[in-house]
Structures are given as structure tokens and as C-alpha cells.
Design a protein around this ligand. Structure first.
Ligand code: LLP
Length: 385
């Protein structure tokens, strides 16, 4: 659980992302312990947060990286991650990105269509290389999450649909510069139930049978990421249940000698270690609502506006024994969607109070923008102040 150095915060310009590196390390230690127990391979989904100072910490644990663009591969390599542990996914890889990934000798391409497969074969041939590929399959498993972060349904753009597996595999086996060695899945993000993961496992068992019968030798089973975090109780539940999560795959996947299971966790690793710290600019009374207007906006943390996500909010400096009130907590950006929470129960709040928006370590800082010509939010790590 993060303890904030509130006195030190009082002198700092807001808003900023505050990272609790102790919590990050505790989380990483648990991921390492629990995954090693089953011999599972971890590739950190770098899209969740590529703050270089956090990457320096994550790198020390020896994990690989899951990347979805050439830029992410460069970021991973520049921050000391090893090319031979990089997975490259993404539904639209450009020639430039593929060429550069081939040059870097990354571990594996997660391929999402037959035209992409043909293209990688051609580009690999020009470089005189054979590309390791995993076919990304859309397993038609409902992740029961927000529609924008659900990826494993028939109508989603990701992966190939089940009925195209034979065509994909047969084509791959004829291509001289392709080594089809894996299958890849990612059914969605912020998954808080065990059932979708169990269903995914049975689908994978079924698919492994189909692909093996088609003559391919699969050694890599990449189940993606998606483990959710507790946005409602971040303090009580600051580290997700990795033990239980990995056990599902251990118990349900039927793998053979020589087959490896790979994971791509993002949010579950960095989500709880980041908090957006902001200041109250004004408290405004409306005829129907009271608003706390803070100096962080949707440009700093877009998740509430984009996915109707709710992040736990606290007033760090108000007198918490004061009778509480009901507020809409909003930012200064000129959009009605720039609202962090409706009807939030908080202690009576005043101008200049410090507000903490929890669980902002994943898809927070990386999705921030300069919309409204606002400054990009800064970041501060616990050991820096
Ligand atoms: N692997 C692949 C292929 C992915 O597309 C993703 C996330 C992950 C792994 C990591 O998933 P995680 O463990 O973080 O759930 N911006 C959204 C989330 C987008 C997730 C995109 N893909 C949000 O703020 O909720």
C-alpha cells in the first residue's frame, strides 16, 4: 500500500504521477516467484507504462517484453531489455517495423492475418532470415470487460477467426522464411473473473489439437495479458492474485514436453504503483451538483472519459473527520467527458487540497496528451523526494 509523503507534495507543482517503486518491486517479486514455480515465461506489456525509470526497475527481473509497435521495440531495447525475449504483436505492422524487428532478431512475431504472414515471409527472405511466428487466434471467449478493451470476440479486429486456422497453418508451412512455432491469444484487459481464463484454456487445448494435426510443431503458447486490478479497493488489494491466476493455466492447459507457456501482463504489474496527484482549483456549487474542479484533466488520465473507468479518489489534505459531501470531481479541459467521478463522497474539500486518483500506473501517463495545449504531466518516484 502506498504511503504518500504529503508534506513534500505540498511544495510540488501539480498534477503529477507519483510512483511507489516499493510496491512495484513487491509486485514484480510476486510475479517472478509465482511464474517460476510453473516455469512460465513473462513478457511485460510495455504499452501499459514505458516510463524509463520504471523500466529500469522492471528490467532487473529478467522478463521479456510484449511490444505492439516499432517504437515500443526501440524503447525496450534502449532500456536494456533483451531482443531475444521480445514478442511483437499488433494488427497492423508496417514494413519498416517488421524489417527493424527482423534486424534486431526479436524472439517472435505474433501474426494476425494471412496477408501479414506473406509479407513477413517476403521481408525475411530479403534479409536472409527465418522469422519465428506465433499465430494470433481469436478464440471467441468473452472477457466480460469494457467493450473497448475486449479483444477475443468474433467481431473484434484482432487475430484470425477459428475457421481460418487450417488455411493459415497450411500457408505458413509452405513459406520458407517462416517458422510457425507458436500460438498467441489475448482476450481482453481488466479481466476480474476466472471463468474467461478457464474458457481460454479449454479453447487453447482444442486449438493445439487442430494445429498439431495439421502438421505444425507448436512450442510457444502465449496466453496474452488481461489480469485485472482492484480499482475500487486499491489500498486493501494492491497486488493482484498472481498465484491464483497462474494456477488456472497450470491446472487447465494440457501441454506436452517441450511446450512453453508465455504471459504478457501489463496492468497487473504497474497499475497499482501509480497515483495521479492533483490540486483542487475551485469548489463550485451548481444548482444540482457540487463540483470539485482539479488541475488534472482527461489529458492527464483519459481512462474515465474513454472507458467510463472509475478510479478511487481521496482528498489527502482535508480534515477527514469533517462531515462528508457529494461531489462531481472534474478536470479543467473543455469537454463534459472530462470528469473523474460523479457523485463521489469526499470530506468537505477546499481550494488547494491535494487529491489522489489511485490505480493510475497502467495506461495513465502513457495515454496522456497535450490536448488543450496543456503541459504533459510530470512523474515523480518515491525515492526522488
Ligand atoms: N498483450 C496484448 C497483445 C495486448 O494487446 C495487451 C493490452 C496486453 C498484452 C496487456 O494487457 P493487460 O495485462 O494490461 O490487460 N488502455 C486500456 C487497456 C488497453 C489494453 C490493450 N492491450 C485501459 O486503460 O484500460
Amino acid at each position: 500500500m502506498t504511503n504518500f509523503p504529503i508534506d513534500k507534495f505540498k511544495n510540488l507543482e501539480t498534477p503529477f504521477y507519483y510512483y511507489d517503486t516499493k510496491l512495484l518491486k513487491d509486485t514484480l517479486n510476486i510475479v517472478k516467484q509465482c511464474s517460476e514455480k510453473y516455469n512460465f515465461h513473462i513478457h511485460y506489456a510495455i504499452k501499459a507504462n514505458y516510463n524509463p525509470k520504471l523500466l529500469q526497475i522492471i528490467k532487473e527481473y529478467g522478463f521479456g517484453v510484449d511490444c505492439v509497435s516499432g517504437g515500443e521495440i526501440d524503447t525496450a531495447l534502449n532500456n536494456g531489455f533483451k531482443a531475444d525475449k521480445i514478442m511483437f504483436a499488433g494488427v497492423g505492422k508496417t514494413d519498416k517495423e517488421i524489417n527493424s524487428a527482423l534486424q534486431s532478431n526479436i524472439f517472435c512475431f505474433n501474426v494476425e492475418s494471412i496477408p501479414e504472414l506473406m509479407n513477413i515471409n517476403e521481408l525475411a527472405e530479403k534479409q536472409g532470415k527465418v522469422a519465428n511466428i506465433a499465430v494470433r487466434i481469436n478464440p471467441e471467449v468473452n472477457a466480460h470487460t469494457h467493450q473497448y478493451i475486449s479483444t477475443g470476440l468474433k467481431e473484434n479486429k484482432f487475430g484470425i477467426n477459428m475457421e481460418f486456422i487450417p488455411a493459415f497453418v497450411k500457408t505458413a508451412l509452405t513459406l520458407p522464411n517462416i517458422n510457425l512455432c507458436g500460438i498467441h491469444f489475448h482476450i481482453g484487459s481488466q479481466i476480474t473473473e476466472t471463468e474467461p481464463f478457464e474458457k481460454l484454456c479449454s479453447r487453447i487445448n482444442e486449438i493445439l489439437g487442430i494445429i498439431t494435426n495439421l502438421g505444425a510443431k507448436i512450442t510457444i503458447i502465449d496466453v496474452g495479458g488481461g489480469l485485472g486490478i482492484d480499482y475500487n479497493n486499491p489500498k486493501q488489494n494492491s497486488i493482484p492474485d498472481f498465484e491464483g491466476y497462474f494456477k488456472i493455466f497450470h491446472d487447465h492447459l494440457k501441454i506436452e514436453e517441450g511446450q512453453e507457456i508465455h504471459f504478457e501482463p501489463g496492468r497487473s504489474i504497474v497499475g497499482q504503483c501509480g497515483t495521479l496527484i492533483s490540486r483542487v482549483l475551485y469548489v463550485k456549487e451548481g444548482s444540482e451538483k457540487k463540483f470539485i474542479i482539479i488541475d488534472a484533466g482527461m489529458n492527464d488520465l483519459i481512462r474515465p472519459a474513454l472507458y467510463q473507468a472509475h478510479h478511487h479518489i481521496e482528498n489527502l489534505t482535508a480534515d477527514n473527520s469533517m462531515i462528508d459531501d457529494i461531489y462531481d470531481v472534474v478536470g479543467p479541459v473543455c469537454e463534459s467527458s472530462d470528469c473523474f467521478s460523479n457523485d463521489e463522497r469526499l470530506p468537505i474539500s477546499h481550494r488547494r487540497d491535494l487529491i489522489a486518483i489511485y490505480s493510475a500506473g497502467a495506461y495513465g501517463e502513457v495515454m496522456s496528451s497535450t490536448y488543450n495545449c496543456r503541459d504533459l504531466s510530470k512523474s515523480i518516484l518515491d525515492y526522488e523526494i
